[in-house]
Each structure stands twice: as C-alpha cells, then as structure tokens.
Design a binder for this molecule. Structure first.
Ligand SMILES: [Fe+2]
Ligand SMILES: [Zn+2]
Length: 334
C-alpha cells in the first residue's frame, strides 16, 4: 500500500489531538494446557489484533496517550495471580510500551470475576498487579486499575475527557453474587457504586467531554442484548447528565449505536481476541454500525470533537464517526 492509499484511508486524523487505542475481550485462552502459557497458537487472534494495533500506530505515526482495556482481561486460569507469566506474554509484550507508552486503563469483565484456578481471585490479582506497579520482568507497568470503580482525566494534562470507569458485574435478581467459580458485585456494593456514580456526575464539568466506561454494554446488537439492570440504573443517568460516550466490550464484535434524542453514543469494542459472536440485530435495524469481526478502536479528541474508529485485526478502517461537543454527529469516510 503506497502513501497515497494510506492517506485516503485515514484522511482526517489530527496528530495534534489526544489519542487512545481501545480493545476489549482480549486475554484469550482457549484451553487450559500449560502450553498456552508459552505463547503457542492458542491466542492467535489476540496476537493478530495486538499486531494490528501496533501497525496502525506506526503507520499513522501516533504516540497514543493511553490504551483503554474494556475488560475480560483474563479468560481461564491466571496461575500465580499477580505473578502469573501471562502478564508478561499477553499484556506487557503483547502491547509493548515502546508503541503504547501511556497508562493502560483497565476494568473488570465477567471473566475477571472468577476464582481460576480455585486458589486465585482474579479481581484481587489484577488490583494487586496495578498496586505493585512493576511487571514480573521488573519494569514499571502501565496497568492502571486503582479500584473497581474510579475516575481519570484524559489526557492526564490539559484533559479533554473526564472518564468514569464502572464495574458492570451485577448480582442476580435474587441478590445472588456467587455461582461455582464465578462471582459478581454484592448487592450492597452495587448500591454503593450507583450512589458514587451519581455523585461523580453531579460535579461541575472539568473537560469538554464526559465519558463512561464499563465492561457490559447497556445496549447491544450482539447475543447478550440490552442489559436490563444497566438500562434501568445507568441509562437515565446518562440522559440526565448528558454523558457523551459510553464504551463497553463483552459482546465479541464491534458496534456503534446511536439513538434518536439520546445524548450518549454507545461504542462497543469486544474484538480483542476472544471467539466471535453472531449478531442478533442487524445494523440496518439499529446502528449505525455492528459487525462480528476481530478488531480494536481508535479515539482521537480535541476541544471540538471526539472521533471514534473501528479497525479490523490488520488495522484497516471499518467504520467511524465524529461527535462535536454540542452533540452533532457525522460519519467518517474511509
Ligand atoms: Fe468476553
Ligand atoms: Zn464479558
């Protein structure tokens, strides 16, 4: 591909804006044999997407300010917890600091809310890895996960987005929060987080854009569908406080959903390497975009607008939109 063709595919990327890469459902392991930990073919799709992210960054000559990891960080066992070799193979080396030097903001998916192996609580292990602040190769880690719900400004200096990261692992209707190796928030934690979330939203705005992230989508065209608890508890707050963007993973596909008279754009990026899902609702019915494909996202933001793109596992443009600070949307042309 010559330089002209590249320019035609990405005509509007503003190098002076702040940039982030986005990837969900990534730490894949399709069997539990020890060979998987030695970097065999078992996480081939994760590797392909990660290399596509690197190629995209290099081709576009970007220096990303951050990566947003949208949860389901570790499928299967995380032997030795915070000291697992998986941290080096499937995080530190897979998304190398030379290419992605900024913080790696993370959150918890349902596959992180597991005791696997039975002696390892993956939630505690992921918090511990962030707390220690060093990978087991001794180098400082970019893994950023201070607690199960937290806020950060993006970029860190002269922020353009205030980001609220939520824990979307809701207990069952009957209050049940444990089932075999799987668990969720307890009902009292669910209530505590919801109070905290509204307190954050009530604070005066400090940046042009307000962004919320969580692993489970509120609305999805994928097999998991719309989430009744999040539609009930979070969506009215998105509307009331005019949240500009909600980012999620969980459905293993890529989507952008926009509803009429709704201030929030829903960006779903669950194509980081886990097995793909078959969509339930076509993007002609509800969109503008849904595709079952491996891939990742790119966000760029300046004071005037956020641009969001879906790229495939080779870093090729699939679909994108721009959203201005006063809520106007346009489709980005490839
Ligand atoms: Fe997942
Ligand atoms: Zn999930």
């Amino acid at each position: 591909m010559g330089p002209l063709a590249k320019a035609a595919i990405f005509p509007t990327i503003d190098k002076a804006a702040a940039h982030a890469l986005i990837v969900g459902d990534w730490g894949w392991l399709d069997s539990l044999s020890p060979d998987d930990l030695r970097g065999g073919s078992s996480y081939a799709a994760q590797t392909q997407v990660a290399q596509g992210m690197q190629r995209f960054v290099k081709t576009q000559q970007l220096r990303p300010d951050a990566v947003f990891f949208l949860g389901d960080s570790w499928y299967g066992d995380l032997p030795q917890g915070a000291a697992s070799p998986r941290w080096v193979n499937q995080f530190e080396k897979m998304y190398p600091a030379e290419v992605f030097p900024g913080p790696a903001y993370s959150m918890f998916g349902n596959h992180d809310y597991q005791m696997l192996p039975p002696t390892v609580n993956k939630v505690e292990a992921e918090l511990e890895y962030a707390r220690i602040g060093r990978g087991i190769d001794g180098k400082p880690t970019r893994w950023t996960l201070p607690s199960r719900w937290y806020t950060f400004d993006f970029p860190e200096h002269h922020p353009l987005m205030h980001c609220i990261v939520l824990d979307s692992n809701m207990p069952g209707k009957d209050g049940r929060w444990q089932h075999n190796e799987n668990f969720t928030l307890k009902p009292e934690e669910q209530a505590e987080q919801l109070r905290w979330f509204e307190q954050q939203l009530q604070k005066p705005r400090t940046a042009p854009f307000l962004v919320v992230m969580g692993h489970h989508p509120v609305y999805s065209n994928g097999p998991h569908g719309d989430h009744p608890v999040l539609v009930r508890d979070w969506d009215p707050l998105f509307r009331k406080y005019k949240v500009d963007l909600y980012m999620a993973g969980h459905d293993h596909d890529l989507q952008i959903l926009q509803f009429e008279d709704h201030p929030t754009t829903h960006f779903l990026s669950g194509g980081g390497g886990a097995d793909l899902y078959v969509l339930k609702v076509d993007d002609m019915q509800r969109g503008p975009y849904a595709q079952e494909v491996h891939g990742f996202g790119h966000l760029s933001v300046d004071r005037h607008e956020i641009q969001l793109r879906h790229l495939d596992a080779d870093g090729r443009f699939l679909f994108g939109i721009a959203k201005t600070a006063d809520g106007k949307l346009r489709v980005l042309q490839a």
